[in-house]
Write a protein that binds this ligand. Structure first.
Ligand code: FAD
Length: 438
Protein backbone atom coordinates (compact mmCIF):
# COMPACT_ATOMS: atom_id res chain seq x y z
CA UNK A 1 0.00 0.00 0.00
CA UNK A 2 1.18 3.55 -0.75
CA UNK A 3 1.93 4.85 2.76
CA UNK A 4 1.81 8.47 1.59
CA UNK A 5 -2.01 8.21 1.27
CA UNK A 6 -2.23 8.18 5.06
CA UNK A 7 -1.92 11.22 7.35
CA UNK A 8 1.75 12.21 7.59
CA UNK A 9 3.26 12.32 11.09
CA UNK A 10 6.69 13.97 11.14
CA UNK A 11 8.77 13.26 14.24
CA UNK A 12 11.85 15.36 14.94
CA UNK A 13 14.35 13.57 17.18
CA UNK A 14 15.09 9.86 17.47
CA UNK A 15 15.81 9.96 21.21
CA UNK A 16 13.72 8.40 23.96
CA UNK A 17 10.54 10.29 23.00
CA UNK A 18 10.84 10.22 19.21
CA UNK A 19 11.87 6.58 18.97
CA UNK A 20 9.12 5.44 21.36
CA UNK A 21 6.51 7.41 19.41
CA UNK A 22 7.57 6.08 16.01
CA UNK A 23 7.60 2.54 17.41
CA UNK A 24 4.07 3.02 18.78
CA UNK A 25 2.87 4.23 15.35
CA UNK A 26 4.66 1.52 13.35
CA UNK A 27 2.16 -0.70 11.56
CA UNK A 28 -0.69 1.80 12.01
CA UNK A 29 -2.55 3.49 9.15
CA UNK A 30 -0.23 6.47 9.26
CA UNK A 31 2.78 7.58 7.25
CA UNK A 32 5.57 8.37 9.73
CA UNK A 33 8.84 10.20 9.00
CA UNK A 34 11.39 10.14 11.81
CA UNK A 35 14.14 12.75 11.46
CA UNK A 36 17.35 12.92 13.47
CA UNK A 37 20.58 14.80 12.86
CA UNK A 38 22.49 11.70 14.01
CA UNK A 39 22.13 8.24 12.49
CA UNK A 40 21.76 6.61 15.90
CA UNK A 41 19.54 6.51 18.93
CA UNK A 42 21.67 7.04 22.02
CA UNK A 43 21.07 5.52 25.44
CA UNK A 44 22.36 8.54 27.37
CA UNK A 45 22.12 7.02 30.88
CA UNK A 46 25.11 4.80 30.02
CA UNK A 47 27.25 7.48 28.38
CA UNK A 48 29.40 7.75 31.49
CA UNK A 49 30.39 4.09 31.01
CA UNK A 50 31.71 4.87 27.53
CA UNK A 51 33.52 7.90 28.98
CA UNK A 52 35.21 5.67 31.57
CA UNK A 53 36.05 2.78 29.23
CA UNK A 54 33.47 0.34 30.61
CA UNK A 55 31.49 0.07 27.37
CA UNK A 56 32.08 0.80 23.69
CA UNK A 57 30.05 3.43 21.82
CA UNK A 58 28.27 0.78 19.73
CA UNK A 59 27.01 -0.95 22.90
CA UNK A 60 24.77 1.99 23.83
CA UNK A 61 23.82 3.37 20.42
CA UNK A 62 21.60 1.76 17.78
CA UNK A 63 21.27 2.86 14.16
CA UNK A 64 17.76 4.35 13.97
CA UNK A 65 17.29 3.02 10.45
CA UNK A 66 17.83 -0.57 11.60
CA UNK A 67 15.27 -0.18 14.43
CA UNK A 68 12.61 0.38 11.73
CA UNK A 69 13.92 -1.92 9.03
CA UNK A 70 10.82 -4.15 9.15
CA UNK A 71 8.33 -1.27 9.49
CA UNK A 72 7.33 -0.05 6.02
CA UNK A 73 5.20 2.88 7.24
CA UNK A 74 8.18 4.48 9.06
CA UNK A 75 10.74 6.35 6.99
CA UNK A 76 13.98 7.53 8.61
CA UNK A 77 15.81 10.69 7.51
CA UNK A 78 19.17 11.91 8.76
CA UNK A 79 18.88 15.69 8.70
CA UNK A 80 18.95 18.72 10.95
CA UNK A 81 15.69 20.60 11.45
CA UNK A 82 16.26 24.31 12.06
CA UNK A 83 12.77 25.78 11.94
CA UNK A 84 9.06 25.08 11.57
CA UNK A 85 6.91 26.98 9.07
CA UNK A 86 3.52 26.87 10.79
CA UNK A 87 1.68 28.54 7.87
CA UNK A 88 2.94 26.09 5.25
CA UNK A 89 2.91 23.23 7.78
CA UNK A 90 6.48 22.25 6.92
CA UNK A 91 9.65 21.52 8.82
CA UNK A 92 12.65 23.47 7.55
CA UNK A 93 15.99 21.69 7.19
CA UNK A 94 19.48 23.17 7.54
CA UNK A 95 19.95 22.03 3.94
CA UNK A 96 17.53 21.00 1.19
CA UNK A 97 13.79 21.58 0.73
CA UNK A 98 11.33 21.37 3.64
CA UNK A 99 8.95 18.52 4.48
CA UNK A 100 5.17 18.91 4.88
CA UNK A 101 3.32 17.38 7.82
CA UNK A 102 -0.23 16.72 9.00
CA UNK A 103 0.97 16.13 12.55
CA UNK A 104 4.31 17.29 13.90
CA UNK A 105 6.02 15.93 17.01
CA UNK A 106 9.15 17.74 18.12
CA UNK A 107 11.37 15.86 20.58
CA UNK A 108 14.85 17.20 19.92
CA UNK A 109 16.07 16.97 23.52
CA UNK A 110 18.61 19.12 25.29
CA UNK A 111 22.26 20.15 25.25
CA UNK A 112 24.87 20.95 27.90
CA UNK A 113 24.11 24.17 29.77
CA UNK A 114 27.06 26.37 30.73
CA UNK A 115 24.72 28.92 32.34
CA UNK A 116 26.24 31.83 30.42
CA UNK A 117 29.88 30.79 31.03
CA UNK A 118 30.37 29.73 27.44
CA UNK A 119 34.14 30.37 27.60
CA UNK A 120 34.41 27.41 30.00
CA UNK A 121 33.32 25.06 27.21
CA UNK A 122 36.81 25.28 25.75
CA UNK A 123 38.37 23.81 28.86
CA UNK A 124 35.86 21.20 29.97
CA UNK A 125 33.82 18.34 28.57
CA UNK A 126 30.05 18.04 28.67
CA UNK A 127 28.52 14.56 28.52
CA UNK A 128 25.69 14.55 26.01
CA UNK A 129 26.85 12.66 22.94
CA UNK A 130 29.03 9.75 21.86
CA UNK A 131 31.64 12.31 20.75
CA UNK A 132 31.71 13.84 24.25
CA UNK A 133 32.10 10.43 25.88
CA UNK A 134 34.89 9.30 23.54
CA UNK A 135 36.76 12.57 24.08
CA UNK A 136 36.57 12.19 27.85
CA UNK A 137 37.79 8.59 27.61
CA UNK A 138 40.71 9.60 25.38
CA UNK A 139 41.76 12.42 27.67
CA UNK A 140 41.49 10.40 30.87
CA UNK A 141 43.46 7.50 29.37
CA UNK A 142 46.04 9.84 27.86
CA UNK A 143 46.50 11.49 31.24
CA UNK A 144 47.30 8.07 32.76
CA UNK A 145 49.76 7.29 29.94
CA UNK A 146 51.45 10.67 30.34
CA UNK A 147 51.65 10.23 34.10
CA UNK A 148 53.42 6.87 33.67
CA UNK A 149 56.24 8.68 31.81
CA UNK A 150 56.37 11.69 34.11
CA UNK A 151 59.40 11.82 36.41
CA UNK A 152 58.36 14.81 38.47
CA UNK A 153 56.19 13.65 41.38
CA UNK A 154 54.13 16.87 41.69
CA UNK A 155 53.44 16.97 38.00
CA UNK A 156 52.41 13.32 38.03
CA UNK A 157 49.88 14.11 40.74
CA UNK A 158 48.47 16.92 38.58
CA UNK A 159 48.15 14.54 35.65
CA UNK A 160 46.17 12.20 37.88
CA UNK A 161 43.75 14.86 39.13
CA UNK A 162 40.30 14.92 37.56
CA UNK A 163 37.59 17.42 38.42
CA UNK A 164 33.87 16.78 37.96
CA UNK A 165 31.60 19.81 38.28
CA UNK A 166 28.02 19.09 39.33
CA UNK A 167 26.79 16.61 41.92
CA UNK A 168 23.67 15.41 40.08
CA UNK A 169 23.34 11.79 38.89
CA UNK A 170 25.74 12.29 35.95
CA UNK A 171 28.44 13.96 38.09
CA UNK A 172 28.15 11.30 40.80
CA UNK A 173 28.36 8.48 38.26
CA UNK A 174 31.33 10.06 36.48
CA UNK A 175 33.29 10.78 39.66
CA UNK A 176 32.74 7.26 41.02
CA UNK A 177 33.62 5.62 37.72
CA UNK A 178 36.85 7.61 37.14
CA UNK A 179 37.98 6.81 40.65
CA UNK A 180 37.25 3.10 40.16
CA UNK A 181 39.00 3.11 36.81
CA UNK A 182 42.15 4.46 38.39
CA UNK A 183 42.11 2.60 41.68
CA UNK A 184 40.96 -0.84 40.54
CA UNK A 185 41.35 -1.24 36.79
CA UNK A 186 44.61 0.59 36.15
CA UNK A 187 46.47 -0.48 39.24
CA UNK A 188 47.83 -3.76 37.84
CA UNK A 189 48.78 -2.31 34.47
CA UNK A 190 51.01 0.60 35.43
CA UNK A 191 54.40 0.46 37.09
CA UNK A 192 55.00 4.09 38.03
CA UNK A 193 51.46 5.40 38.43
CA UNK A 194 50.40 4.77 41.99
CA UNK A 195 46.62 4.34 42.34
CA UNK A 196 46.67 6.12 45.68
CA UNK A 197 47.84 9.27 43.87
CA UNK A 198 44.70 9.46 41.75
CA UNK A 199 42.56 12.35 42.86
CA UNK A 200 38.97 12.82 41.75
CA UNK A 201 37.27 15.97 43.02
CA UNK A 202 33.49 16.38 42.79
CA UNK A 203 32.27 19.97 43.15
CA UNK A 204 28.66 20.78 44.01
CA UNK A 205 27.14 24.16 44.77
CA UNK A 206 24.27 22.78 46.89
CA UNK A 207 24.83 21.36 50.35
CA UNK A 208 24.30 17.79 49.14
CA UNK A 209 24.74 15.63 46.05
CA UNK A 210 21.78 14.12 44.17
CA UNK A 211 19.31 16.91 44.96
CA UNK A 212 16.24 15.15 43.51
CA UNK A 213 16.70 12.31 46.04
CA UNK A 214 15.76 12.22 49.73
CA UNK A 215 18.52 13.82 51.87
CA UNK A 216 19.28 10.46 53.52
CA UNK A 217 20.12 8.97 50.10
CA UNK A 218 22.22 12.01 49.17
CA UNK A 219 24.17 11.41 52.34
CA UNK A 220 24.52 7.72 51.52
CA UNK A 221 25.76 8.53 48.00
CA UNK A 222 28.32 10.97 49.40
CA UNK A 223 29.60 8.29 51.81
CA UNK A 224 29.82 5.75 48.99
CA UNK A 225 31.78 8.22 46.86
CA UNK A 226 34.16 8.92 49.71
CA UNK A 227 34.69 5.19 50.20
CA UNK A 228 35.77 5.11 46.57
CA UNK A 229 38.27 7.86 47.30
CA UNK A 230 36.36 10.74 45.67
CA UNK A 231 36.88 14.11 47.32
CA UNK A 232 33.37 15.55 47.59
CA UNK A 233 33.18 19.31 48.09
CA UNK A 234 29.70 20.65 48.84
CA UNK A 235 28.44 24.23 48.98
CA UNK A 236 31.22 25.49 46.71
CA UNK A 237 31.07 27.81 43.74
CA UNK A 238 33.15 27.39 40.62
CA UNK A 239 34.53 30.81 39.69
CA UNK A 240 36.67 29.91 36.69
CA UNK A 241 37.44 26.96 34.42
CA UNK A 242 40.65 27.28 32.41
CA UNK A 243 43.35 25.30 30.70
CA UNK A 244 43.82 22.39 33.11
CA UNK A 245 42.57 24.12 36.18
CA UNK A 246 39.31 24.82 37.97
CA UNK A 247 39.00 27.72 40.34
CA UNK A 248 36.65 27.10 43.20
CA UNK A 249 35.90 29.88 45.67
CA UNK A 250 39.28 31.41 44.76
CA UNK A 251 41.30 28.17 45.13
CA UNK A 252 42.91 26.83 41.96
CA UNK A 253 42.72 23.04 41.49
CA UNK A 254 44.80 21.38 38.77
CA UNK A 255 42.75 19.22 36.44
CA UNK A 256 43.91 16.84 33.71
CA UNK A 257 40.28 16.49 32.57
CA UNK A 258 37.37 18.61 33.71
CA UNK A 259 33.89 17.19 33.28
CA UNK A 260 31.04 19.71 33.22
CA UNK A 261 28.00 17.85 34.55
CA UNK A 262 25.86 20.65 35.92
CA UNK A 263 22.79 20.48 33.74
CA UNK A 264 21.17 20.82 30.35
CA UNK A 265 19.05 23.26 28.39
CA UNK A 266 16.75 22.60 25.43
CA UNK A 267 18.32 22.65 21.98
CA UNK A 268 18.07 25.85 19.89
CA UNK A 269 15.12 24.47 17.91
CA UNK A 270 12.89 25.11 20.97
CA UNK A 271 13.14 28.87 20.48
CA UNK A 272 12.31 28.53 16.79
CA UNK A 273 8.88 26.98 17.43
CA UNK A 274 7.23 30.34 18.09
CA UNK A 275 5.66 29.14 21.36
CA UNK A 276 6.06 30.50 24.91
CA UNK A 277 9.17 29.26 26.70
CA UNK A 278 9.80 28.59 30.38
CA UNK A 279 13.51 28.36 31.21
CA UNK A 280 14.08 27.60 27.54
CA UNK A 281 11.57 24.71 27.49
CA UNK A 282 8.49 24.94 25.28
CA UNK A 283 5.28 25.37 27.29
CA UNK A 284 2.75 22.73 26.26
CA UNK A 285 -0.91 22.03 26.97
CA UNK A 286 -2.25 19.11 29.00
CA UNK A 287 -2.21 16.94 25.88
CA UNK A 288 1.45 17.91 25.14
CA UNK A 289 0.42 20.04 22.14
CA UNK A 290 1.13 23.71 21.43
CA UNK A 291 -1.61 26.21 22.26
CA UNK A 292 -1.22 27.72 18.79
CA UNK A 293 -1.64 24.40 16.97
CA UNK A 294 -3.10 21.21 18.50
CA UNK A 295 -1.50 19.17 15.72
CA UNK A 296 2.00 20.13 16.84
CA UNK A 297 3.32 18.35 19.94
CA UNK A 298 6.52 18.92 21.92
CA UNK A 299 7.82 16.13 24.15
CA UNK A 300 10.59 15.11 26.51
CA UNK A 301 13.45 17.37 27.59
CA UNK A 302 12.29 20.16 25.26
CA UNK A 303 8.85 20.46 26.82
CA UNK A 304 7.73 22.36 29.89
CA UNK A 305 4.81 20.27 31.11
CA UNK A 306 3.45 21.39 34.46
CA UNK A 307 0.86 18.94 35.88
CA UNK A 308 -0.65 21.81 37.90
CA UNK A 309 -0.95 25.36 36.60
CA UNK A 310 2.09 27.31 37.79
CA UNK A 311 3.51 24.17 39.46
CA UNK A 312 6.87 22.45 38.97
CA UNK A 313 7.38 21.00 35.49
CA UNK A 314 8.04 17.31 34.97
CA UNK A 315 11.77 16.51 35.15
CA UNK A 316 13.94 15.92 32.09
CA UNK A 317 14.21 12.16 32.40
CA UNK A 318 13.71 9.25 30.04
CA UNK A 319 10.47 7.88 31.59
CA UNK A 320 8.74 11.26 31.09
CA UNK A 321 9.82 11.34 27.43
CA UNK A 322 8.69 7.74 26.79
CA UNK A 323 5.34 8.05 28.58
CA UNK A 324 4.57 11.30 26.74
CA UNK A 325 5.42 9.60 23.46
CA UNK A 326 3.04 6.69 24.09
CA UNK A 327 0.37 9.17 25.13
CA UNK A 328 0.76 11.27 21.95
CA UNK A 329 0.67 8.14 19.76
CA UNK A 330 -2.72 7.38 21.33
CA UNK A 331 -3.87 11.02 21.03
CA UNK A 332 -3.17 11.09 17.28
CA UNK A 333 -5.07 7.83 16.79
CA UNK A 334 -7.98 9.13 18.88
CA UNK A 335 -8.10 12.27 16.69
CA UNK A 336 -8.32 10.13 13.59
CA UNK A 337 -11.19 8.14 15.09
CA UNK A 338 -13.00 11.38 16.02
CA UNK A 339 -12.54 10.80 19.77
CA UNK A 340 -11.69 13.50 22.27
CA UNK A 341 -8.14 13.72 23.60
CA UNK A 342 -7.33 13.04 27.23
CA UNK A 343 -4.86 14.87 29.49
CA UNK A 344 -1.39 13.37 29.91
CA UNK A 345 -0.69 11.94 33.35
CA UNK A 346 2.81 11.01 34.40
CA UNK A 347 3.29 7.86 36.43
CA UNK A 348 6.40 8.39 38.50
CA UNK A 349 8.05 5.00 39.10
CA UNK A 350 10.97 6.51 41.04
CA UNK A 351 14.58 7.19 40.21
CA UNK A 352 18.01 5.74 40.79
CA UNK A 353 21.68 6.58 40.40
CA UNK A 354 24.75 4.41 40.59
CA UNK A 355 27.89 5.44 42.41
CA UNK A 356 30.12 2.57 41.37
CA UNK A 357 30.55 -1.18 41.52
CA UNK A 358 27.89 -2.63 43.87
CA UNK A 359 26.92 0.89 44.92
CA UNK A 360 23.74 2.76 44.01
CA UNK A 361 20.78 4.61 45.50
CA UNK A 362 17.16 4.03 44.58
CA UNK A 363 13.97 5.87 45.52
CA UNK A 364 10.47 4.79 44.48
CA UNK A 365 7.61 6.29 46.48
CA UNK A 366 8.29 5.44 50.10
CA UNK A 367 10.94 2.87 49.21
CA UNK A 368 14.50 4.09 49.71
CA UNK A 369 17.47 1.84 49.17
CA UNK A 370 21.23 2.17 48.99
CA UNK A 371 23.95 -0.37 48.26
CA UNK A 372 24.10 -3.72 46.49
CA UNK A 373 20.37 -4.39 46.03
CA UNK A 374 19.82 -0.86 44.66
CA UNK A 375 22.75 -1.49 42.30
CA UNK A 376 21.19 -4.75 41.04
CA UNK A 377 17.94 -2.81 40.44
CA UNK A 378 19.89 -0.17 38.53
CA UNK A 379 21.59 -2.83 36.35
CA UNK A 380 18.30 -4.55 35.58
CA UNK A 381 16.43 -1.37 34.60
CA UNK A 382 19.26 -0.12 32.39
CA UNK A 383 19.60 -3.41 30.55
CA UNK A 384 15.89 -3.78 29.81
CA UNK A 385 15.55 -0.24 28.47
CA UNK A 386 18.52 -0.55 26.11
CA UNK A 387 17.43 -0.68 22.48
CA UNK A 388 18.15 -3.95 20.68
CA UNK A 389 18.81 -7.49 21.85
CA UNK A 390 22.46 -7.36 20.78
CA UNK A 391 23.17 -4.33 22.95
CA UNK A 392 21.38 -5.89 25.95
CA UNK A 393 23.41 -9.07 25.58
CA UNK A 394 26.76 -7.33 25.02
CA UNK A 395 26.26 -4.91 27.92
CA UNK A 396 25.22 -7.73 30.28
CA UNK A 397 28.25 -9.85 29.32
CA UNK A 398 30.55 -6.83 29.62
CA UNK A 399 29.25 -6.04 33.10
CA UNK A 400 29.61 -9.66 34.26
CA UNK A 401 33.18 -9.77 32.94
CA UNK A 402 34.08 -6.42 34.56
CA UNK A 403 32.48 -7.46 37.83
CA UNK A 404 34.49 -10.67 38.02
CA UNK A 405 37.81 -9.32 36.73
CA UNK A 406 37.77 -5.60 37.65
CA UNK A 407 38.77 -4.98 34.03
CA UNK A 408 37.31 -2.61 31.46
CA UNK A 409 37.26 -3.61 27.84
CA UNK A 410 37.21 -0.31 25.99
CA UNK A 411 40.45 1.34 27.04
CA UNK A 412 41.36 2.49 23.56
CA UNK A 413 43.00 5.75 22.61
CA UNK A 414 42.15 6.20 18.94
CA UNK A 415 43.57 9.71 18.68
CA UNK A 416 47.28 9.65 19.51
CA UNK A 417 48.48 12.89 21.05
CA UNK A 418 51.77 13.97 19.51
CA UNK A 419 52.91 15.93 22.53
CA UNK A 420 52.62 14.14 25.84
CA UNK A 421 52.41 17.35 27.84
CA UNK A 422 49.35 18.52 29.73
CA UNK A 423 48.70 21.13 27.09
CA UNK A 424 48.41 18.52 24.39
CA UNK A 425 45.58 16.91 26.35
CA UNK A 426 43.38 19.77 25.31
CA UNK A 427 44.04 19.52 21.62
CA UNK A 428 40.36 18.70 21.30
CA UNK A 429 38.53 21.65 19.87
CA UNK A 430 37.68 22.45 16.25
CA UNK A 431 40.99 21.11 14.95
CA UNK A 432 40.56 17.77 16.70
CA UNK A 433 39.56 15.00 14.29
CA UNK A 434 36.92 13.71 16.72
CA UNK A 435 35.14 17.03 16.49
CA UNK A 436 35.10 16.98 12.75
CA UNK A 437 32.81 13.93 12.69
CA UNK A 438 29.84 16.29 13.36
C1 FAD B 1 24.74 11.68 30.75
C2 FAD B 1 23.25 11.55 30.93
C3 FAD B 1 22.74 10.61 31.81
C4 FAD B 1 21.37 10.48 31.97
N1 FAD B 1 20.90 9.51 32.84
C5 FAD B 1 19.57 9.34 32.94
C6 FAD B 1 19.07 8.30 33.78
O1 FAD B 1 19.83 7.55 34.42
N2 FAD B 1 17.71 8.14 33.87
C7 FAD B 1 16.85 8.95 33.15
O2 FAD B 1 15.64 8.75 33.23
N3 FAD B 1 17.29 9.94 32.38
C8 FAD B 1 18.63 10.16 32.25
N4 FAD B 1 19.11 11.16 31.44
C9 FAD B 1 18.13 12.05 30.79
C10 FAD B 1 17.53 11.40 29.56
O3 FAD B 1 18.55 10.90 28.73
C11 FAD B 1 16.69 12.43 28.83
O4 FAD B 1 15.68 12.89 29.70
C12 FAD B 1 16.07 11.83 27.59
O5 FAD B 1 17.07 11.48 26.67
C13 FAD B 1 15.10 12.83 26.94
O6 FAD B 1 14.56 12.25 25.79
P1 FAD B 1 14.21 13.16 24.54
O7 FAD B 1 13.60 12.23 23.54
O8 FAD B 1 13.47 14.35 24.98
O9 FAD B 1 15.62 13.69 24.01
P2 FAD B 1 16.89 12.87 23.54
O10 FAD B 1 16.85 11.47 23.99
O11 FAD B 1 18.05 13.70 23.90
O12 FAD B 1 16.74 12.85 21.95
C14 FAD B 1 16.80 14.00 21.19
C15 FAD B 1 17.17 13.61 19.75
O13 FAD B 1 16.95 14.74 18.91
C16 FAD B 1 18.01 14.84 17.99
N5 FAD B 1 18.07 16.24 17.57
C17 FAD B 1 18.42 17.30 18.34
N6 FAD B 1 18.30 18.43 17.63
C18 FAD B 1 17.89 18.07 16.40
C19 FAD B 1 17.59 18.81 15.23
N7 FAD B 1 17.69 20.14 15.19
N8 FAD B 1 17.21 18.14 14.11
C20 FAD B 1 17.12 16.79 14.12
N9 FAD B 1 17.38 16.05 15.23
C21 FAD B 1 17.75 16.68 16.35
C22 FAD B 1 19.21 14.37 18.77
O14 FAD B 1 20.23 13.92 17.89
C23 FAD B 1 18.63 13.24 19.61
O15 FAD B 1 18.73 11.99 18.98
C24 FAD B 1 20.47 11.31 31.25
C25 FAD B 1 20.98 12.27 30.36
C26 FAD B 1 22.36 12.39 30.20
C27 FAD B 1 22.91 13.40 29.24
Amino acid sequence: MDQTQHPHVVVVGGGFAGLTLARALAGKALHVTLIDRENHHLFQPLLYQVATAGLSPGDIASPIRSVFSGKPNVRVLMAEVVDVDHERREVVFADGPGLAYDYLVVAAGAETNYYGNDGWKEHSFGLKSIRDAVQIREHVLTAFETAERETNEDRRRELLTFVVIGGGPTGVEMAGAISELGKHTMKRDFRVVDPTQIRVVLLEMADRVLLPFHPSLSDEARKQLEELGVEVRLGVKVTDVGDHYVEVDGERLPSAMTCWATGVKPVALAAALGAPLERGRVVVEKDCSLTRDPKVFVLGDMAHFAPEAGGRPLPGVAPVAMQQARFVARAIQRDLRGLQREAFQYRDKGFMATVGRSRAVLEAGKIRMAGFVAWLGWLFVHVIYLVGFRNRLVVTLNWCWSYLTFRRGSRLIAQRHSDASLNALHERRSDHPLNRVA
